[in-house]
Every structure is written in structure tokens, then in C-alpha cells.
Design a protein around this ligand. Structure first.
Ligand SMILES: *Cc1c(COP(=O)(O)O)cnc(C)c1O
Length: 386
């Protein structure tokens, strides 16, 4: 079969299942209000939780770095070296998440995939939450560990698996997110930490959605719950409004990841603009208690309002998922909302399990109370339409 014919056949299958994706076009910056396909809309599908993505301090730190150092980093850090800003941001990250060392990555996808792949040495076991992000699943696929998947957030299942595998593996690594990106719930981090201690297992936490949002000065969900993971990862692409990510842990673990993570060793180092932006964002994040409070207030107002309208809303964090079921329902709902000036994306398989398509509604601290209420009015109008 010719390659184009094959791909066209597969694309037709996606379209028939309501799973074909084409991104909408955004003019101007990302923010609380965006221009979508030429039309102004309230943005409720972004991870720009605190509204920092278009902050002038971040933009100017990136442009100063570019004008002083140029844009390119020119090779893997093992070949062309770590630039000063890579090391400065790593020191700042380590201090912020209270771990001895950190390693900066171009994306959270690369950080998770690389760290899990590197730590999945032969003779090890990875226990992975059923709802873990694709980057963690891919790290497991690339690694050499045995993989067992536990039911989402099910501490008893983790306990059973740890008891059943006692003495069989040199290393056992429990891998979880903190705030689940599509379900908006918080993993039982304290219980998992206690279980790992009891069974001499290591705990790996991806703090992507809580980094900058939860805990004292935005230090994340682990800091908020006073849990110390053995390995923590996070992204600057969400609440920090930047781009880039990290893996933080003991000096030995980070050195191993630095030497063995394929997504670090075999890729061009991030542009110095990325760590420069992240450093500027740290200054904003640490002083953003007002924005963190505003975000939680908006999320609570949306949860209460949508529930009162009779919608099925799940989770208990700043991510507000509204369950719809069939993929085409979430697509249709998203179109109807956009016609009413509200930009919310329908989340479909393979991002979520078949039959659990949903709208993932994410307020931003920079929305106004009136904008939250206008959004609730749009949902009220659509009650019964889908
Ligand atoms: C977004 C996300 C990532 C990936 O981070 P990027 O910097 O966007 O690549 C990793 N883990 C989770 C849980 C995420 O939601």
C-alpha cells in the first residue's frame, strides 16, 4: 500500500470515531481572553493558571538573555557544555523544591520520559498509576523495568503489589502525578510516601499541575503535604507561564539521569532564553499568593455553579473536569460554547479512556468574577442541548 493511501485510510477512521484533531488558531498572546479563529473568547482551557504567560518581566528576561547570549545552545550539554543560565536555574529549582540537585529539561515530556527510562534499570519494578501522563507511560516503555499498573489513586492496590513483590526486585519505584491533569484530583501522596517507606520503595512524583499553584510560595503539592519524594519533576509550561521543565532529587540520582536519560543526552540543550524566563517567573511565583487565592476562588465558584446546573463535575482542585461520555458530545459542546464566547476544549481518547470524554475547564487567576459568571451563564443556556 502507498504510504499516503494508508495514512488517509487511518485518518478517515479517526474522523469517523470523532477523534480527528485540528488545533484552533489563536491571534495575539495567550491570556484570560484570547482571539480564537478571529473571535474574542474567554479562555478556559489553558494551563496558564496564574496568568503569567504574557507577563512583561518574563518576556523581557528572555529577550535580555537572547540579546546577550544569542538564541541557540548548539548541542547536547555533554558536548557543548552547560551555559551559565542552565546552572543558575537548576540551583534555583533545587532550592525551591528542597532537593539537593536539579536538572533542567526542554519540556516536561522529556523530563518524565528521560528520568523514568533512566531509572528503569534491569531488575527493577515500576508501579505506575493507571491515569499517569503519556510522558510517564513512554518512559516506562523505553525503560528496562518490569511494569505494573495500579488502579488510579488506589493505595490498597499499591500495598498489595508491594507485598506481592517483596524481595523480587533490586529497585521498586512508585510513579504518580500530584494533581491529575484530566481528573482534577490530588493523589494520596502521604499514604504513598508511608507505603514506600514501609516497603523500601522509591517515590517519583510529577508535580506538573501543582508546581507554582499549591503550597507555601507555590512550592507544589509535595511541599503543601510535607511529603518528600525521592524524585520530583515539574514543568515551567503551566503555572510558570514559560517553557522547560526539571527533574530534582539527590545528587547521585540526578547524576544518573544526566548520564542516562536519552531525552537529555541526545538532544540540543534548551535555549538560554528558557532558563532566563524561568528565573524571572520564580520571582513572580514566590510573590503570587493573591493570584493563587484568586485561582482557587474561581475554581470553587465554577464547581459549585456547574454542579447546581446539574452537570457532573469531578475532582477537587483548580482543574474542573465536566464528564460527557461520548467523544462527539465533547466536541459538539466545545463548539457551542465557543459560539457563546467561551473557549473550552473537549478532551477525547486517547488522552482519556473511551466513554469518558469530557470538558476540562481551567480558570485563570486573571479572569474576573464577572467572566466566571458569564461562563456559568453559557453553561446554563446549553443545559439540555447536548
Ligand atoms: C503537561 C504535562 C507534562 C508535560 O509537560 P510539558 O512541559 O508540557 O512537556 C507532564 N506531566 C503532566 C502530568 C502534564 O500534565
Amino acid at each position: 500500500m502507498k504510504i499516503d493511501a494508508l495514512v488517509e485510510r487511518e485518518l478517515a477512521g479517526l474522523a469517523a470515531a470523532g477523534l480527528f484533531r485540528t488545533p484552533r488558531r489563536i491571534e495575539g498572546p495567550q491570556g484570560a481572553v484570547v482571539s480564537v479563529n478571529g473571535r474574542r473568547a474567554l479562555c478556559f482551557c489553558s494551563n496558564n493558571y496564574l496568568g503569567f504567560a504574557d507577563h512583561p518581566a518574563i518576556a523581557s528576561a528572555a529577550s535580555v538573555a537572547i540579546s546577550e547570549l544569542g538564541f541557540g545552545a548548539c548541542g547536547s550539554r555533554h558536548i557543548t557544555g552547560s551555559m551559565r543560565l542552565h546552572q543558575e536555574v537548576e540551583d534555583r529549582i533545587a532550592q525551591f523544591v528542597q532537593q539537593p540537585r536539579a536538572l533542567f529539561f526542554p519540556t516536561g515530556y522529556a523530563a518524565n520520559q528521560g528520568a523514568i527510562q533512566a531509572l528503569s534499570v534491569p531488575g527493577s519494578l515500576v508501579l505506575s498509576d493507571a491515569l499517569n501522563h503519556a510522558s510517564m507511560i513512554d518512559g516506562c516503555r523505553l525503560g528496562r523495568a518490569t511494569l505494573k499498573v495500579y488502579r488510579h489513586a488506589d493505595v490498597e492496590h499499591v500495598r498489595e503489589l508491594l507485598e506481592a513483590t517483596r524481595g523480587q526486585y533490586e529497585l521498586r519505584l512508585v510513579v504518580t502525578e500530584s494533581v491529575y491533569s484530566m481528573d482534577g484530583d490530588l493523589a494520596p501522596l502521604r499514604e504513598l510516601r508511608a507505603l514506600c517507606d514501609e516497603h523500601e520503595a522509591a517515590l517519583f512524583v510529577d508535580d506538573a499541575h501543582a508546581f507554582g499553584v499549591m503550597g507555601d510560595r507555590g512550592r507544589g503539592a509535595c511541599a503543601m503535604l510535607d511529603v518528600r519524594p525521592d524524585v520530583i519533576t515539574g514543568t515551567f509550561g503551566k503555572a510558570f507561564g514559560c517553557s522547560g521543565a526539571f527533574v530534582a532529587a539527590s545528587a547521585a540520582i540526578v547524576a544518573w539521569v544526566e548520564n542516562r536519560a536519552r531525552s537529555h543526552v541526545f538532544t540540543t540543550a534548551p535555549s538560554p532564553a528558557l532558563p532566563a524566563a524561568a528565573l524571572a517567573a520564580f520571582d513572580l511565583i514566590e510573590r503570587a499568593d493573591d493570584r493563587r487565592a484568586q485561582l482557587q476562588e474561581h475554581a470553587a465558584r465554577l464547581r459549585t455553579g456547574l454542579t447546581q446546573l446539574g452537570y457532573e463535575v469531578i475532582g477537587n482542585t483548580h482543574i474542573v473536569p465536566l464528564l460527557l461520555g461520548a467523544a462527539d458530545r465533547s466536541t459538539r459542546f466545545s463548539e457551542l460554547l465557543l459560539e457563546r464566547g467561551v473557549f473550552v476544549h473537549g478532551i477525547r481518547p486517547p488522552t482519556v479512556a473511551p466513554g469518558t470524554s469530557r470538558l476540562r475547564i481551567t480558570p485563570q487567576a486573571t479572569h474576573t468574577r464577572e467572566q466566571i459568571d458569564a461562563t456559568l451563564r453559557a453553561f446554563a443556556e446549553l443545559r439540555g442541548e447536548v
